[in-house]
Design a protein. Structure first.
Length: 151
């Protein structure tokens, strides 16, 4: 079947320097997975935290399923992420020692299972954001010139 990307967190790449990436499973209810398959997910303001050796996803908005009636889920409930003990230890060590944050990057379906890609990240300063924006516009201008000249 392969990998089908459902939702990406584009704001994360603007706000953070991304370092190590991890893939994690997500503990969901029946109506949540149906909403995810429809693409009704928003990762914009979500974040990941470690609590007692477990990893949780906070503030991820999954819209209610229309046919879910009384069995529907809360839209922004806390969801547990499934990682190996070794990965959790690596994340907790980096967070405590180096001051990293854990940021969700994308939710995708892999062989019918909902997975989330999370990353160790460090916040960007304002001048970093400006520098990235300048590089982006510069490369866009160069591409536009090359396209118009048809080299």
């Amino acid at each position: 079947m392969g990998k089908k990307i459902i939702s990406t967190n584009r704001k994360a790449f603007h706000e953070y320097h991304i370092f190590d990436k991890f893939n994690a499973g997500v503990v969901l209810t029946g109506t949540e997975i149906k909403s995810i398959r429809k693409g009704a997910v928003n990762l914009k303001d979500s974040f990941v935290k470690l609590d007692n050796g477990e990893v949780f996803l906070y503030n991820c908005h999954i819209s209610p399923y229309e046919q879910g009636n009384r069995y529907n889920h809360e839209e922004k409930r806390t969801r547990k992420l499934l990682l190996n003990k070794k990965e959790i230890d690596k994340l907790s060590g980096k967070i405590k020692k180096d001051g990293y944050a854990i940021v969700p990057l994308e939710i995708y379906l892999e062989n019918g299972w909902a997975k989330i890609e999370i990353a160790l990240a460090k916040g960007k300063k304002l001048y970093d954001k400006r520098e990235d924006l300048a590089k982006k516009t510069q490369s866009r201008d160069i591409a536009r010139i090359v396209k118009s000249k048809n080299f």
